[in-house]
Design a protein around this ligand. Structure first.
Ligand code: LLP
Length: 417
C-alpha cells in the first residue's frame, strides 16, 4: 500500500517495492531508475539542432560506476574535477579525449596526472596557466573565465560573478595571451560555469553571451564550454514546473548560429550538466523508528540523517517525501512534522515543518530527487555506514551497484595493532 505517492514516474520501482528493497538491501538505501537516467541523458543530447554539440556529464553529481557506464553508452562525455574522478571515468571506459579536467587550485602533481594521460585541462587562474606551461610547454589548454554573471539556488553554489573564486577575470586577456605565447601554448577552448540550478534560461543565455565576448578575443578556438546548472523541479508535490528545454534549446541554437557566423567557424559547444542528468532517477529509502512530540513539535525519527543526504542541512534544500506503508491503515489527517535522522546534532533535519499525511512507526519514507549530490556528499559521520546503491534496470531487475559500507571499510586506514 502506497500513501502520498507522487513520483512523476509511476513505475519507478517496476517489479519490486520499497518494502522488499529494504528487506533485501537494508535501510537506508539509494535506489536509481535506469530508464529515467537514460531519458535525461537523451533529453540533453537532443537539446539543440546545432551539429557540433557535446554533453559533458559532470560526474561530481553522481559518480556511481554503473551509472557512468550507462552515460557512456548514451554517448555522453564527462567532466572531471579531480584525479580521483579521472580515475573513475577511465575505469568506466571513457577515452582520455572524452574527459575535460576542470581544475581549480591544483598541485603540479595533479596537473601532471592529467597530462600523463593526455587529458585536456581547463585552468582557473593565470598562475595555474603558467604552471601548466612549465609542465607541458607547447601543449593544448583550456581556460575557465568568469563572465561576471552568476546564478544558483543558494549563494554557496553560485560560481560565476564578481564575488566568487572561480575563473579568470576577462579583463586580463592580454596577460593570458602573453603567458600563452611565452610557453607556446595552444588555447583550444574556453569554459565557464555560472552556477547550479536555474529554472529559467535567461541568466544562462546572458552568461553564454558574455563568454562569446571573451571568445572573440581569441582566434582558432575549437570549443566553447558554456557550463552546467540545468535545474530540476524539487517541489513537484507543490506543482513546480520543469525547466523548458525546448525553449532553452531554441534560444541556444539562435546564439550558437550567430556566434558561428561571426566567428567564421562552427566551433563545438559543450555543456556540463550534473544535476539534470542524475537527480530525478534517484531516491533514498529510510525507515521510521520513532514518532514523538517534543513539547509542541512532532518529530519523525528515521535513519535519514545528514550523513546520508547533506543538501537539506547545507543549503536548506527541499526534497519531496513519499510514504510507503506495509498495511492498509489509512492516514486520516495531515500534520506538520519535522523528519529527522539519527545523527547527534540538532540540525539533523531532512524535512522541516512539512505538512504530510500522518506518518506511523514502521513506515518507509522515500526522499525524492536525491540522485544528484546525494551519495557523493554522504559521509561516515558518527561512524555510520554509507548505504548501498541499487539500480532498477530497464528490464525491471534490481542490481546492487555499490555495496553498503562495512565495519572493515571504516577501519581500513587504521593500524589496528
Ligand atoms: N561544471 C562545473 C565547473 C561545476 O562546478 C558544476 C557544479 C557543474 C558543472 C555541474 O552543475 P549542475 O549541472 O549539477 O548544477 N552540491 C550542490 C551543487 C554544487 C554544484 C557545484 N558545481 C547541491 O547539492 O545543490
Amino acid at each position: 500500500a502506497y500513501h502520498n505517492k507522487i513520483t512523476t514516474d509511476t513505475n519507478f520501482f517496476k517489479n519490486t517495492t520499497p518494502i522488499e528493497l529494504i528487506k533485501t538491501y537494508g535501510s537506508p538505501l539509494y535506489v536509481y531508475n535506469e530508464d529515467i537516467f537514460r531519458t535525461r541523458c537523451r533529453e540533453l543530447k537532443n537539446l539543440v539542432q546545432y551539429p557540433n554539440f557535446s554533453v559533458n556529464y559532470s560526474v561530481k553529481a553522481n559518480g556511481n560506476l554503473s551509472l557512468l557506464k550507462i552515460a557512456r553508452e548514451e554517448g555522453l562525455n564527462v567532466d572531471a574535477m579531480s584525479p580521483g574522478e579521472i580515475h573513475l571515468e577511465l575505469t568506466a571506459g571513457f577515452l582520455p579525449s572524452q574527459i575535460l579536467y576542470i581544475s581549480n587550485n591544483v598541485s603540479a602533481e595533479e596537473m601532471q596526472y592529467a597530462i600523463d594521460r593526455d587529458i585536456l585541462i581547463s585552468v582557473d587562474s593565470i598562475s595555474q596557466l603558467e604552471l601548466y606551461g612549465k609542465l607541458n610547454k607547447g601543449g593544448s589548454i583550456c581556460i575557465r573565465f568568469n563572465p561576471g554573471v552568476g546564478a544558483g539556488h543558494h549563494e554557496k553554489v553560485v560560481t560565476g560573478g564578481k564575488k566568487t573564486k572561480f575563473g579568470v577575470d576577462p579583463n586580463k586577456v592580454d596577460e593570458v595571451k602573453s603567458v600563452l605565447s611565452q610557453y607556446d601554448l595552444k588555447l583550444v577552448g574556453i569554459n565557464q560555469h555560472i552556477g547550479s540550478l536555474f529554472m529559467e534560461g535567461d541568466k544562462y543565455i546572458e552568461g553564454v553571451k558574455s563568454l562569446f565576448t571573451i571568445a572573440k578575443q581569441f582566434e582558432n578556438l575549437e570549443f566553447l564550454d558554456i557550463g552546467g546548472g540545468f535545474g530540476i523541479p524539487y517541489n513537484k508535490l507543490a506543482g513546480q514546473e520543469r525547466l523548458d528545454l525546448v525553449d532553452l534549446g531554441k534560444k541556444l541554437d539562435k546564439v550558437f548560429d550567430e556566434f558561428a557566423t561571426e566567428y567564421g567557424k562552427k566551433v563545438m559547444f559543450k555543456i556540463e550538466p550534473g544535476r539534470y542528468i542524475s537527480a530525478e532517477c534517484g531516491l533514498i529509502l529510510g525507515e521510521v523508528y520513532a514518532v514523538k512530540y517534543n513539547y509542541d513539535t512532532k518529530y519523525i525519527g528515521t535513519d535519514l540523517g545528514f550523513n546520508i543526504l547533506k543538501r537539506p542541512v547545507m543549503y536548506d534544500s527541499h526534497h519531496d517525501i513519499e510514504i510507503y506503508r506495509n498495511s492498509d491503515i489509512k492516514s486520516e489527517k495531515n500534520e506538520t512534522v519535522n523528519i529527522v535522522g539519527n545523527i547527534c546534532e540538532s540540525g539533523d533535519i531532512i524535512a522541516k515543518e512539512r505538512l504530510l499525511p500522518e506518518i506511523l512507526e514502521g513506515d518507509i519514507l522515500g526522499v525524492l530527487d536525491a540522485g544528484a549530490y546525494g551519495y557523493c556528499m554522504a559521509s561516515n559521520y558518527n561512524n555510520r555506514l554509507r548505504p548501498a546503491e541499487v539500480l532498477i534496470t530497464g528490464t525491471g531487475d534490481v542490481k546492487l551497484i555499490r555495496r553498503r559500507d562495512t565495519f572493515e571499510d571504516l577501519m581500513r586506514n587504521f593500524d589496528v595493532e
